[in-house]
Design a protein around this ligand. Structure first.
Ligand code: GLA
Length: 694
């Protein structure tokens, strides 16, 4: 059992780490320890009892696990609310604790307000094998009057006392997602958030904090991610007293929740861990957790797909798709996906969203014959949908103009000519659910790309049953309900989460979708950097990556393939414009990928040289048993006569002997890791090398 109750409180132990909390002498639930696992339970320090310091008191100075807004406390609290009588002071004190063994060991701490019948439950799950702690909170109102919650976060994570911490985080924008940023944490708040009703391309609810000296493979860091696909907020706070904490949870921007008598509000989960093996060690643990505990299809190997979007855009019909499918099948593609343009009157992006049945002009016999042909060619069939959206020019909007998110007195702002359906409403959820359920029941579909191509504006919910600002959270609950129900009813379907590329990539959506469409930018040199950022959190088995025609023509097909082979390989180029030689080369790379994909999709990732930092970049995937691996290296542009540095492999068994494709003879794992190997690559050249234990 990894959770222990002791005289000083509780300790959660994972394979190599520990997290301790307890009550201090003022009765506050305080953080005690987070770091490497110590030999004995008595080694963990007791809860700190900070002394009074003029203008501040113990409430401000204690590293509380879940501070409420009360007392002389100016740090950012986890809970802020207004009681029915107008009191805005929430005084939470310890009530009881319990340890639950199954299915995942969990510590539950019950807190109560000292004057009002308000209960808060804090949940701590120990994901032992992954060295991760999962936290969330729920608040229940036992009063006979409602309470208005203005902020509720999932967790506050405390760093060991000290200064000079550095925050790593991801930011970007559409077609340019997942840039890795690093900056020192100085006194004050660093805020990252989404106000877009979805996770967003602009930042991701993930953090890593180190002392400024961690590298890919060495050094201590503390990291975490929120499992939520709506508005979120991350606040890294460093106080003038040398304490640093990172809070993650629902965004309090424009948020309010009326908690009626007897009701409970539960926050999304937040995962966090400590790594002594640098950024690479942190990523590998998150990857294993995602693959083994979150993804609906777990460690299933994903198929090579073809997607027609960049080739035919909206111009899809039965003959054009069959022509592409025949060429795709010849190349070894296993899954043929029809993107946008297939449904009722969808000729461009100005109409039809909401009407999810096949267009009778493009598919006069329905989708059936195309699917049969695709299956006869030996491939499975997939489809694109964008269920949360509606174009004003659609049957759905004409029937239900009031179903969108809007303020009745304001002209709604269009994004890509579309409006957002109010998924917070149950009637909207039921309608969409019914339509998609029929689509899946009537067709042999094994893959769905679920897209979302605009962000919110005029966030109104006319006639909302509660506070209309509950929209931000109830929308996501509605999305999860529709998607989750479809997933249960059609368990064989593999779902991909897309939002104009990587706008909805988070640990919450990965409980529904096995894959993420990382970016609409498929130009391979840009993609290298985007994929590196994405890999901080998500495993390669979730990283769909297509080979397309985007970018300069001089980029070799091999380079394009190698970039996409670092994730789940797909092809999105215009095959009718690819000559026979190009298709034959593509077929060879697809066959090669099939030999190596178990390593890519299920192996341990080692980022050897960063493409965001160097024109010569490399990464490696190793089988869990270290018996084989694969090395990818890429050179973009370097001045003539640049001497390339050796590439040191990682993750090999130092005493075993390995061969690396293209190099004479076997060497010890230690030799490949210490003296490395020299690659000869010209500009825009790349290589893929199989590593084998002999
Ligand atoms: C979004 C997606 C693309 C494609 C188009 C279709 O932009 O990210 O991959 O599906 O929509 O309209």
């Amino acid at each position: 059992m990894p959770i222990h109750a002791t005289d000083h409180g509780w300790v959660l132990e994972t394979t190599t780490t520990a997290y301790a909390l307890g009550l201090n002498r003022s009765g506050l639930l305080a953080h005690r320890y987070w770091g490497p696992r110590l030999p004995d339970l008595s080694d963990y320090p007791p809860a700190p009892d900070p002394a009074f310091w003029s203008f501040n008191n113990v409430g401000h100075l204690t590293p509380e696990e879940f501070p409420g807004y009360e007392d002389v406390k100016f740090i950012d609290p986890c809970l802020k609310l207004t009681f029915a009588d107008g009191v805005r002071d929430v005084v939470l004190r310890f009530d009881s604790a319990e340890i639950i063994a199954e299915p995942t060991p969990e510590l539950r701490i019950h807190l109560r307000d000292t004057a009002y019948p308000l209960h808060v439950q804090l949940h701590y799950r120990a994901h032992e094998r992954y060295d991760l702690i999962e936290r969330w909170a729920s608040v229940t109102n036992h009063d006979n009057a409602p309470v208005t919650i203005e902020r509720i976060w999932s967790a506050q994570w405390h760093l060991p006392p000290g200064e000079h911490y550095r925050l790593s985080y991801l930011t970007g924008r559409h077609v340019d997602e997942f840039h890795l940023r690093r900056e020192p944490l100085l006194p004050g708040l660093k805020v990252l958030e989404s106000r877009r009703i979805t996770t967003s391309h602009h930042a991701n609810p993930w953090f890593a904090v180190d002392r400024g000296d961690a590298t890919e493979e060495n050094g201590e860091l503390w990291y975490g991610a929120l499992a939520w696909s709506g508005n979120w907020k991350l606040v890294a706070e460093t106080t003038d007293f040398g304490s640093t904490r990172v809070s993650l949870g629902l965004n309090d921007w424009d948020f309010a929740w009326r908690l009626n008598p007897g009701e409970t509000l539960t926050t999304p989960g937040c995962f966090a861990g400590y790594s002594s093996e640098g950024f690479g060690g942190a990523s590998r643990r998150l990857h294993d957790l995602v693959r083994e505990t979150l993804l609906p299809h777990g460690t299933a190997i994903h198929k090579v797909l073809y997607n027609s979007w960049e080739a035919t855009e909206f111009d899809v019909d039965e003959p054009s798709q069959i022509a592409l499918a025949e060429l795709a099948a010849e190349m070894g593609v296993e899954l043929f996906v029809v993107d946008d343009g297939w449904f009722h009157r969808r000729d461009n992006d100005r109409a039809a969203l909401g009407d999810w049945w096949p267009d009778a002009r493009k598919f006069p016999r329905g989708l059936g014959p195309l699917i049969e042909r695709v299956n006869a060619l030996g491939m499975e069939f997939g489809l694109w949908i964008e269920p949360e959206m509606v174009n004003p020019d659609s049957e759905l909007y004409r029937a239900h103009p009031d179903w969108t998110i809007h303020f009745p007195t304001r002209t709604p702002t269009m994004g890509r000519n579309q409006l957002i359906l109010n998924f917070a409403r149950e009637d909207v959820q039921d309608h969409v659910l019914g339509m998609l359920d029929r689509l899946l029941a009537d067709h042999k579909i094994t893959f769905i790309k679920w897209d979302m191509n605009r962000n919110v504006s005029q966030p109104g919910w006319p006639n909302a049953p509660g506070d209309p600002r509950e929209l931000w959270v109830r929308y996501v609950h509605g999305l999860y309900r529709v998607w989750g129900t479809l997933r249960k009813r059609h368990p064989h379907v593999v779902w991909q989460s897309c939002s104009g590329g990587g706008g909805r990539a988070d640990l919450g959506i990965l409980r529904l979708a096995d894959q993420i469409w990382v970016s609409d930018n498929t130009e391979p040199t840009a993609r290298l950097a985007i994929q590196e950022g994405f890999s901080q959190i998500f495993p390669a088995s979730t990283m769909e990556s297509w080979v397309t025609d985007m970018g300069p023509a001089h980029l070799p097909l091999a380079f394009r393939f190698h970039v996409s082979m670092c994730g789940v390989l797909g092809v999105g180029g215009h095959l009718l414009k690819w000559d026979a030689a190009k298709r034959a080369e593509a077929a060879r790379w697809i066959a090669r990928y099939k030999e190596l994909r178990h390593l890519v999709q299920l192996g341990d990732l080692y980022r050897l040289r960063s493409p965001q930092a160097h024109p010569l970049s490399a990464l490696q995937y190793m089988a869990k048993d270290k018996s084989e691996g694969v090395l990818f290296a890429f050179r973009t542009h370097l001045p003539l006569n640049t001497l390339l540095p050796p590439i040191s492999l990682r993750g090999l068994d130092p005493t075993a002997r390995y061969t690396v494709e293209g190099f004479e003879g076997a060497r010890s794992g230690l030799a490949w890791m210490r003296s490395g190997l020299m690659l000869e690559l010209g500009d825009f050249e790349s290589t893929v090398r199989h590593i084998r234990r002999v």
